[in-house]
Design a protein. Structure first.
Length: 635
């Protein structure tokens, strides 16, 4: 119906041109009965861009040239030049009724919104004009997208994620803001948090409810040239009006000042609905902006999603769902993918396979930020005094039962502060700190990631926090034990604040402790110099374990367990080996090197091989081997 109306209007415009050519235009215009009704799409276009009747006629003139081949000949005759078979602004001003000179202004709707294209010409009124292709498709009712935007903006794929109740509440706030918009400037909605997929799902739910299309632009791809940015913003606003579209602006990790400035200019120029997705809150002065934080899913919400996506198989887990929910902080779509991957898995293997699948989700995010350590050590291999070992078991107990205490017994509702399980392992190098972390990670069937704080800390203000933020954000799924090594690089005695660097050094430590306390998994700090740490910082750690330098009996026990069961040995005296004054890490190194010495001699490991390896180890660490340490070894 709209096409027919458009053809009738174009036919009337062609007749008007013919009447002008024949000199009968005045009588033609007085015959109002021949004027067709305005096509619905042209009427809508006129309302969107505030066009006058004359500007509507210019649109029809250009549409006629694009659709009706007879227009070219008429234009050539009216231009008085067979080589000019095209409309011009001069032709429009001389031919169409109610002509307005404002059509020449760059601020006129036809020019500002680029509804028509004007070819380069030394005389603007004599330049060929044509209808923009996107506008022609709109008049014809054909679905289209501005091709000049396609390098920057693209439609978002439709997700079928069920919104959790907390996300539904956020969507309702957004809906209320958009259904009662500011008359001068629509709301920019800012969704903050790390759950990108959740933010997209909320945006899609709103757009589906309001029958709006959703497109996305990456903040990193914004032009850095101000003129190009303005042109892009204008083209998008035109497209948003034509398509009833919303723009989803992805502004995560805009580290460069230039990118942040372009983003600020971009959102200030937009006059259409937009959603800004960012991890941290952005500040836009003089701009109506609704900021909403996207929280992680609550325990009951996660349980509900697991049960929905597992269906009848949820009952097959036989209580194994609770530790899964407590340990892994997974988003909606990851839970959905995990459940979908369990098709065909036998019931008896379902809990184990689900756990491993969830564990693997954190790996791609953390692999480039930290070192994953294989966890092979067991409780039996960890030689520590009873008191220290009891504290380690206490840590394991709290990790195992934190869901019951926090969620079921209500401690998380009482206060959200300090719920993370944090520990400090203090002791000399080689006393078993990393091994203890391995034992705990193996106990929970989790990955252990080591972060070297000396590499993370930076002399540049703000960089240390940025590096730590990346690590914790990547680990938020809860599928890993975090081991922050070399805490001395960051945790020195609190300095007297004399300048901004001193103040920021204290802020770095506070930020690390804050994130550790909020971390859903287990976070461990290690240090060789506990006494150098500020007591104010130590009070914020839940567990502190001192790893003592091993005494003779402990060293003998370490030697007795250091060799794998399949390793050939002969005549080893573990009591005499305990005389060697070395920490566990050095003992491990000596044991390994002695194995290579024995293998090269095609012999089982004997005391003399260990003696040779011990001498080499002492030389490496810059000390000599005393007679008392090796007395009676070779008797």
């Amino acid at each position: 119906m709209n096409i027919q109306g458009l053809y009738q209007s174009i036919h009337w415009t062609r007749s008007l041109l013919a009447a002008k050519l024949e000199g009968t235009q005045e009588s033609f215009l007085w015959d109002g009965d021949d004027i067709p009704p305005e096509p619905s799409q042209l009427k809508a276009l006129s309302q969107l861009f505030n066009l006058t009747e004359f500007e509507e006629q210019v649109i029809l003139l250009c549409a006629g040239v694009a659709i009706d081949p007879q227009f070219n000949q008429l234009c050539a005759q009216l231009n008085g030049n067979e080589k000019s078979p095209y409309p011009t602004l001069a032709l429009a001003l001389a031919t169409l009724p109610d002509a307005e000179w404002r059509i020449l202004s760059p601020q006129s709707p036809l020019n500002h919104w680029q509804l028509i294209d004007i070819a380069p010409h030394h005389t603007p009124t004599q330049a060929p004009i044509s209808l923009d292709r996107r506008i022609l498709c709109y008049l014809l009712g054909e679905p289209a997208f501005d091709e000049k935007l396609s390098d920057f903006i693209e439609p978002l794929p439709q997700f079928n994620d069920a919104l959790a109740p907390s996300y539904v509440a956020i969507a309702e706030q957004l809906l209320q803001a958009w259904t009662t918009p500011n008359r001068d400037h629509p709301f920019l909605v800012q969704l903050c948090g790390t759950e990108r997929r959740a933010k997209i799902a909320i945006a899609q739910a709103i757009c589906n409810h309001l029958n709006l299309k959703l497109y996305a632009i990456d903040g990193h791809a914004l032009p850095t040239n101000t003129h190009e940015l303005k042109q892009l913003a204008r083209r998008w606003q035109r497209e948003a009006l034509l398509s009833d579209a919303v723009l989803f602006i992805e502004a995560e990790d805009l580290t460069k000042a230039e990118q942040a400035e372009m983003l600020r200019q971009w959102v200030h120029q937009l006059k259409t609905l937009a959603i800004l997705s960012s991890e941290q809150r952005q500040h836009f002065p003089k701009l109506a902006c609704l900021t909403l934080d996207i929280p992680t899913l609550l325990q009951p919400e996660k349980r509900h999603l697991w049960e929905i996506y597992l269906g009848d198989r949820a009952a097959e887990l036989n209580g194994q769902l609770d530790p899964l929910i407590a340990q892994f902080n997974l988003s909606n779509h990851v839970i959905q993918a995990a459940c979908a991957s369990m098709q065909g898995i036998p019931t008896e293997h379902l809990p184990e396979q689900l756990w491993q699948h969830c564990r693997n989700q954190a790996r791609p995010q953390l692999e480039h930020l930290a070192q994953r350590i294989p966890c092979t050590a067991s409780w039996d291999e960890l030689i520590l005094p009873q008191r220290e070992k009891a504290i380690l078991h206490n840590i394991a107990t709290q990790v195992q039962h934190r869901s019951r205490v926090y969620e079921q017994w209500g401690f998380s509702a009482k206060s959200s502060r300090g719920l993370g399980i944090t520990a400090l392992f203090a002791g000399a190098s080689g006393t078993g700190k990393t091994m203890a972390a391995e034992v705990l990670a193996r106990e929970f069937n989790l990955d252990l990631y080591r972060i070297d704080l000396s590499a993370v800390s930076s002399k540049y203000i703000g960089e240390t926090e940025k590096n730590l933020r990346k690590i914790f954000d990547a680990a938020e799924s809860g599928g890993a034990v975090l081991l922050f090594d070399e805490a001395d690089a960051l945790f020195g005695k609190r300095t007297q604040v004399k300048d901004s660097h001193d103040r920021h050094a204290n802020l770095e430590v506070s930020y690390l402790l804050q994130r550790m306390e909020a971390y859903q998994g287990l976070a461990i700090l290690t240090t060789n110099l506990k006494d150098s740490l500020d007591q104010a910082f130590l009070r914020r750690l839940r567990f502190i374990i001192n790893f003592p330098y091993p005494k003779k009996d402990s060293r003998s026990e370490i030697w007795a367990r250091i060799f794998p069961t399949q390793t050939p040995t002969r005549g080893l005296n573990y009591e005499l080996l305990g005389q060697l004054d070395m920490a566990g890490g050095n003992i491990r190194s000596i044991a390994l090197n002695s194995a290579f010495i024995a293998a090269a001699a095609n012999e089982p490991i004997m005391m003399r091989h260990i003696l040779e390896a011990a001498k080499a180890e002492c030389s490496k660490i810059g000390r000599s081997l005393s007679r008392d340490e090796v007395a009676y070894w070779l008797d």
